[in-house]
Structures are given as C-alpha cells and as structure tokens.
Design a protein around this ligand. Structure first.
Ligand code: EPZ
Length: 411
C-alpha cells in the first residue's frame, strides 16, 4: 500500500457492521439448522474465512449484496486446520459444535503478533458444563453427550471465552451463570442475535450473564451493530490530520473512552444520534491512556492513538494491560521519526514536530491502521508492507479514506 503523504481528511464516511460482532454471530448460527440471514455484512477477509469454515462443516452459505444466508445444519465436527490457523476467531465454533454435536475437534488456535492468545478460560467453561477436554497432537478434543447448566467464573473477562460459553450454554439442560463476563457491545449483539433465534439469555452487557438452556433454536433475520473500532479509527484519523470528518452509522455510547481521550488531546468531538463529527484546530495535547476491558479504553484502539500522539508537544504515556505484546507498531513508527520508548507494557511517546514517510510493515490489523494514520500525518510517501492485515477488518478503507482527500494506492 502506498500513501502519498500528509492529507487533511475532510468530509463524510460511513462505518460498516462490526467485525467482532459478526464473527461470533456467524459461529452461533451453527446452533440452529434452520435458515438464518444476516444483513449489512462487510466484505472483509475475516468474514470470508469464517463463512468458508462454516461451509466446510456442511452448512449452505450464500453471500449476496451484503447479506449472508445460511441454511441447513453442520454435518461435520472438525473445522479444517488450514482455515482455523488463518484466524483465531475460528475457535468460536467450538461452543456451538459441542452443544449440537456432543463432540468437536479444533486445532489449537495459532498465536499471533499480539500475544500467545491462550484459550484456557474457554475450556474451563466447557468443562464446567460437563465436557471432557483432551489435547491430542495440537488439537483440542471436547466431548459431552449432554451439556448441563452451571456457574462459570471467568478469571479474566475474556471476550471470546464469554462468547463461547454463552453459545454452548444456550442448548444445555438447565441454567448457566457466567460471572465476571466481558461487557463488550459485541457480547450484547451476540446475545440479541441468539435470543432472536429463541435463546433465553439475560444480563449480557453486565458482568453476570444468565443463560436458560432451550431445546432448539429457530430461523432469524438480523442486522449486527456498527463497528466501534472502525469508527474509532476514523475518529483518530480525522484528529490526527487536523481534519473535519462526519462519521456515520455509529453508536456514540460505544465510543465513550475514545471520545474522552480525543477531547483531552484537544480534538473536538460532537455526538449526534447515529453519527459523530471530529475535528481539530489546536495542537495535540499529550494524554495518559491505559487499555482495559470494556468500557475502558479499547486495546484495539491503542496503536492508532499512539500514531496520533506521536505529533505535538509533551509526552504521552500508554499502558497496554490486555495483551502482553501489542507494541509491534512502535518499531515501525520509530522509522517514521516518532520518539517512543517502551518499558514492558508501557510506552512513553514524546511528541515531535513532524513525521516523515518511510517503508514500514504491518504486523497485525490495528498496527496496520496505525501506520496508515501515521502515513497521512507524514511528509513524503509511506509504503506499508503486509497491508493485507488491514483488509481483514476494514471494509473499503482505501476508497473510504481517499473519499476524504487521502491519496492512497492499494498494494
Ligand atoms: C477479542 O479477542 C477481539 N477479537 C480482539 O480484537 C480484542 O482485542 C479482544 O477481544 C479484547 O477486546 C474478536 O472479537 C474476534 P480476549 P479475544 O479473550 O476474544 C487472555 C481485533 O483487532 N485470555 O478478551 O481473543 C488473552 O491472552 C482483535 O479486532 C486468556 O488468558 O480476546 C488476552 O491477554 C484483536 N485465556 C486477554 O485475555 C483465555 O482463555 C484478552 O483476550 C482467553 C483470553
């Protein structure tokens, strides 16, 4: 990907549906063999991979004009390794397959640039519901002729573990309580989707989720929530380029932490019902950020904010408390003239006068987005290698940003 250089972003931009809501929703569609239609599905690689994986399990899936139609239930129990290794979210099919097939075998999800990404909490939940778990040759095998409701306490409010256990518990016999559950809006969206199929889930969005097991789930048509991280990324890009952008199709409530930090940094954020306007006319002020589970500052916005804070006067401090290795973008930003020092999970960013374009490498989805923002702030061209990471979660990002005045050529 080639970014020509500094560009003040001005205009309107539309946010797509949430990648991190759709991926568990697609997995949970395996809980019913009736027809399901999901609307406004973005054309992004992670969705394509999960849809392919569900097809491999025997479900008929058609993607047309942004809608995904599923019919028929899964016949298989073992998602293919070559698809599972492509995306961690594949592991989310384990809960639904355990609940409907009574047995499932999934290769341990690959780690990725941001950390080892263990799944111990997922497995602890499945065992609490009566599954027997074994590890054979790099695969996790779970067996449970029947799942029974139980209390599950999560040592950490893991998004994936909350989702996987909630899905498995939906068809269990009896009632399950997930305590210290994740509060993310994507959890609420997944619960709403499953309830639209006849599940009985209450408490999603709080730290105790109650799931009353039901016998069967039925068909549904569903529209997922907008992508709060895509929206946050464009909010930061607007502030970073001293632009003025109206971001449409957002839920401002989902972006409170990002809005608060943008305001602290001297950007202006105007919330209206389903859109947010962001502009900046004063110098960037340094801020302190600590990433936390929702509603704290989202880890998925950490890299983008670090790029933004690279300019300006004074020093900002960012602590990454969710993942153990999510500073891979620092080395790339240093190549563009940023002044950043990291110590463990803390980075100190000393604002500088100017960034200069360079050849850099995207290590993961959000680091890639951060490098795009840096490229739009820098003097001279930036080439982003491995920019396919960005296409995993940002639908039409080049066209959307060029529509605001950027000059980006896809790779
Ligand atoms: C989800 O990943 C998101 N992905 C991530 O977004 C996001 O960064 C993350 O939640 C945190 O908000 C999807 O929703 C598809 P976790 P997930 O389980 O579920 C540890 C993006 O850029 N942990 O909440 O994998 C884990 O190691 C992606 O869109 C365990 O120790 O996140 C990590 O340190 C990146 N044991 C922390 O919890 C477990 O069993 C958060 O992980 C599970 C997790």
């Amino acid at each position: 990907m080639l970014i020509a250089g500094k560009a003040r972003l001005v205009g309107e931009i539309e946010v797509s549906s949430s990648k991190n809501a759709i991926l568990p929703i697609l997995a949970s569609s395996l809980l019913s063999d009736e027809n399901k239609t999901i609307l406004n599905v973005p054309d992004i690689r992670d969705v394509t991979v999960i849809t392919e994986l569900i097809r491999h399990l025997g479900v008929k899936a058609d993607y047309k004009d942004g809608s995904l139609h599923f019919s028929g239930g899964a016949t298989g129990q073992t998602p293919p390794y070559e698809l599972v290794r492509l995306i961690r979210a594949s592991f989310l099919v384990m809960g639904p397959l355990l609940a409907t097939k009574g047995a499932v075998r999934v290769s341990l999800p690959g780690g990725c640039a941001i950390g080892t990404r263990p799944i111990d909490l997922h497995l602890k939940g499945f065992e609490a519901l009566g599954a027997r778990i074994s590890l054979t040759r790099g695969d996790v095998v779970a067996k449970a002729p029947r799942l029974y409701g139980n209390h599950v306490y999560l040592d950490f409010p893991s998004v994936g573990a909350t989702e996987n256990i909630m899905m498995a518990a939906t068809l269990a016999e009896g009632t399950t309580y997930i305590e210290n559950a994740a509060l993310e809006p994507e959890i609420v969206d997944l619960a709403n989707f499953m309830n639209s199929m006849g599940a009985r889930i209450t408490g999603a969005g709080s730290n105790v989720i109650k799931i009353e097991g039901v016998k069967k789930l039925h068909s549904t048509v569903y529209t997922p929530i907008p992508d709060r991280i895509e929206a946050g990324t464009y909010m930061v890009a607007a502030a970073a380029t001293a632009g003025d952008v109206l971001i449409k199709n957002v839920i401002p409530e989902h972006l409170k932490a990002v809005t608060a930090k943008l305001l602290e940094s001297n950007a202006v954020v105007e919330e209206q019902d389903d859109h947010i306007r962001v502009y900046r006319q004063q110098d960037i002020k340094p801020v302190y950020i600590k990433t936390l589970p929702y509603p704290g500052f989202p880890t998925d916005m950490q890299a983008q904010f670090m790029a933004y804070l690279s300019l300006g006067r004074g020093s900002s401090v960012i602590t990454e408390s969710v993942f153990e290795n999510r500073f891979m973008h620092v080395a790339e930003l240093l190549r563009m003239g940023a002044k950043i020092k990291t110590e463990g999970r803390t980075a100190v960013i000393k604002g500088c006068r100017e960034l200069t374009g360079a050849r850099v490498r995207a290590t993961d989805l959000r680091a890639g987005a951060a490098l795009m923002i840096a490229g739009l702030m820098a003097r001279g061209p930036t080439i982003i290698m491995n920019s396919e990471h960005i296409d995993r979660g940002y639908e039409n990002i080049v066209a959307k940003l060029n529509g605001l005045g950027a000059n980006i050529q896809p790779s």
